[in-house]
Design a protein around this ligand. Structure first.
Ligand SMILES: NC(=O)c1ccc[n+]([C@@H]2O[C@H](COP(=O)([O-])OP(=O)(O)OC[C@H]3O[C@@H](n4cnc5c(N)ncnc54)[C@H](OP(=O)(O)O)[C@@H]3O)[C@@H](O)[C@H]2O)c1
Length: 342
């Protein structure tokens, strides 16, 4: 290891998001990466282990002693907790506690993978309450009140991955005309940002590369803000297949089978008696209401300045990835079959 090389701990590094971050950090030899995982023998961990500069560290990310040791061994950290698995209480607690532990080890730069604080953006109207958004948003809020010295902090606020068009956002054939692909969502005229995962990885890297700009910054990223009318139109332009957008009610959405058990609690590894867990229906009602009402703002001029060669549109992404409306498992949780329904 060259003396100038910095080491980055990536929590959640085996996941869809974390893998993009690990790959961006190891695109050259500037950084060495430690990936904390519960299982060093998973396919994702083995694939990452084959990348030069990556060390797999086996352990539980929600354990004090493990975290202390893991943060002590590195210069920087990228932290993506898994709210779908642990639920909003644990994610809020551990998001804050991880920062405290990291600061106590002398870590130099703490990068939190955030999401919009939906409840706050929606003036705490219960219709926007969404456990997996709020938990990450509360932690971002906590971080914004911390000093930037001696440990720098940054927040990378992300959004739906464009890859989710192959799972949660997949079109379905119209029963009346199977040639027509129906993109249905309870989104009205909402136009949420979605992100190309390799660019998410490159924004994370930019934050470590450019602390003079990123320290104390909460950066909302996105590839493009996309209405679902635009999704259907672009899909037809790129693939030649017919497509429509169907704006549905929340009840119609949950009745469509998108989640096999909409009234089950969302939190695969959480104690199901935890009264703060939300059901899929509750959680994703708040989620779609947040995007429908366009509560999240994204500054694309700023993003263009940071990554001038970023993927800039849905159409560009569809062409680049060969998207054709087919299904693919995107999330590690899904392939692990841990209970995720997308
Ligand atoms: N889906 C989206 O469009 C999207 C967009 C933005 C943000 N997010 C957020 O990203 C987080 C999930 O990360 P991901 O999208 O990369 O999902 P993923 O592909 O399913 O990966 C899950 C990650 O969580 C790790 N993990 C650690 N402890 C865990 C536990 N007790 N139970 C389950 N997993 C555990 C897994 O590590 P090991 O299995 O190796 O231990 C793995 O790295 C969620 O908080 C979600 O809100 C998702």
């Amino acid at each position: 290891m060259a003396p100038s090389q910095k080491t980055v701990l990536v929590i959640g590094g085996t996941g869809a998001q974390g893998q993009a971050v690990v790959k961006a950090l190891t695109a050259d030899a500037k950084y060495a990466v430690h990936v904390l995982t519960r299982t060093a023998t998973s396919d994702a961990a083995k694939e990452l282990a084959s990348i030069p500069g990556v060390t797999i560290v086996q352990g539980d990310a929600f354990d004090e002693a493990t975290l202390f040791k893991a943060f002590s061994a590195v210069d920087f950290a990228y932290v993506n907790t898994n709210g779908f698995s642990i639920g909003q209480s644990k994610e809020t607690y551990w998001g804050i506690r991880m920062y405290e532990i990291a600061a106590g080890t002398g870590l130099k730069h703490y990068l939190w993978s955030g999401l919009a604080y939906a409840s706050k953006l929606g003036a705490y109207d219960p219709k926007y309450k969404c456990g997996h958004l709020d938990a990450k948003g509360r932690v971002s809020e906590f971080l914004s009140n911390q000093p930037t010295s001696p440990m720098k902090w940054s927040v990378l606020s992300s959004c739906l991955y464009l890859d989710m068009f192959s799972s949660l956002l997949l079109p379905k054939p119209d029963p009346a005309d199977p040639e027509v692909n129906v993109f249905s969502l309870p989104l009205g005229a909402g136009h949420p940002p979605l992100i190309h995962l390799p660019d998410l990885g490159r924004y994370a890297r930019w934050m470590f590369d450019t602390p003079e700009r990123s320290s104390g910054l909460n950066l909302q990223i996105g590839t493009e803000n996309i209405s679902w009318e635009h999704v259907a139109k672009t899909f037809t332009e790129v693939t030649g297949k017919k497509a429509v957008y169907k704006d549905v009610t929340l009840d119609e959405y949950f009745a469509s089978g998108v989640f096999p058990a909409p009234d089950a609690k969302l939190g695969y590894s959480a104690d199901q008696n935890d009264s703060t867990l939300m059901t899929y229906r509750e959680n994703f009602s708040g989620f779609w209401n947040t995007w429908k009402d366009n509560l999240v703002k994204t500054d694309y001029a700023l993003l263009d300045g940071i990554l001038p060669d970023r993927v800039k549109s849905l159409g560009e992404w569809m062409r680049l990835t060969g998207y054709n409306g087919g299904h693919k498992a995107i999330l590690k949780d899904t392939t692990d079959n841990a209970g995720s329904s997308h």
